[in-house]
Write a protein that binds this ligand. Structure first.
Ligand code: E4P
Length: 221
C-alpha cells in the first residue's frame, strides 16, 4: 500500500518525506487556501516546490468545471514536473476530461467520489487513481469504509487497473481499516501517520530495555 500525505504545507511534506516511507502528496483548493496560496502563478510555483521535495506522485487539482477549461489546466499542470497527477472532480465534464487526459497520456486522480458507481465511471474513463472520501461519508452518519471494500470488489471482478486512493482519512484506525478493505493508497494529514507510531507498550518496553542495559553496565564497571 502507498502512503500519500494530504496537505500543501511544505514543512509537513518535508517531515513526511524524511520518514523514508512517503509515496506522494495530494492537495486540493482548500488545502492550498489554508497555506494562503492563490493566483495561477503562485499555485504553480507552490506545486513546483512540492515536486522538488518528493519524487512521488503529486496531485494538483483543476479549478475549472467545463471540459475546455479542465483540458487547458491539465496541459499546464503537467508541464510543472513529471510527477504531477491532475486531479479532476467526479462530474460529467470531469469524466470527459479524464478520458481526454487518458488519450494524451496524462495521469489523473478522480476526486470527490462517494459511490461505487462513480468509481466505475472513473475507471472506465482511464483514471490513474480514484479518490473515495471516507471521512466525509462518516460525517453524514454513513459507514465510509464499506465504500473502499465495494470499489475493491468491483475493480477486482472487472479487472480495472485504476488505483483506489482512500481519501478524507482522519486517523490511524482509518488507515488500518482502509488497508484491510483493499485500498492501494491512503492519503491523510501528517498527524494521522504519526498516530501509527504510538503504542504505550512500545514506550514501556523501550524504557525497560534501556534501564536494564544501564544496570548491566554498572555491574560490569
Ligand atoms: C483528498 O485528495 C482530499 O484532499 C482530502 O482527503 C479531503 O479530506 P477532508 O475530507 O478531510 O477535507
Amino acid at each position: 500500500m502507498k502512503f500519500f500525505i494530504d496537505t500543501a504545507n511544505l514543512k509537513d511534506i518535508q517531515e513526511a518525506e524524511s520518514l523514508g516511507i512517503l509515496d506522494g502528496v495530494t492537495t486540493n483548493p482548500s488545502l492550498m487556501a489554508k497555506e494562503s496560496i492563490s493566483g495561477d502563478d503562485n499555485v504553480r510555483a507552490h506545486y513546483k516546490k512540492i515536486c522538488d521535495i518528493t519524487p512521488g506522485d503529486v496531485s494538483a487539482e483543476v479549478i475549472s468545471t467545463d471540459l475546455e477549461g479542465m483540458k487547458r489546466e491539465a496541459a499546464a499542470l503537467v508541464k510543472i514536473a513529471d510527477n504531477i497527477v491532475v486531479k479532476i472532480p467526479m462530474i460529467r465534464e470531469g469524466v470527459k476530461a479524464l478520458a481526454w487526459c487518458r488519450d494524451q497520456g496524462i495521469r489523473t486522480n478522480c476526486t470527490l467520489v462517494f459511490s461505487a458507481g462513480q468509481a466505475i465511471l472513473a475507471a472506465k474513463a482511464g483514471a490513474t487513481y480514484v479518490s473515495p472520501f471516507i471521512g466525509r461519508i462518516d460525517d453524514i452518519g454513513w459507514e465510509g469504509m464499506t465504500l473502499i471494500s465495494d470499489i475493491a470488489e468491483v475493480y477486482a471482478v472487472q479487472g480495472f487497473d485504476t488505483e483506489i486512493l482512500a481519501a478524507s482519512i482522519r486517523s490511524g484506525s482509518h488507515i488500518v481499516a482502509a488497508a484491510k478493505a483493499g485500498a492501494d493508497v491512503v492519503t491523510c494529514p501528517l498527524s494521522s501517520f504519526e498516530s501509527l507510531f504510538k503504542h504505550p507498550l512500545t514506550d514501556i518496553g523501550l524504557e525497560k530495555f534501556l534501564a536494564d542495559h544501564k544496570k548491566a553496565l554498572s555491574v560490569v564497571s
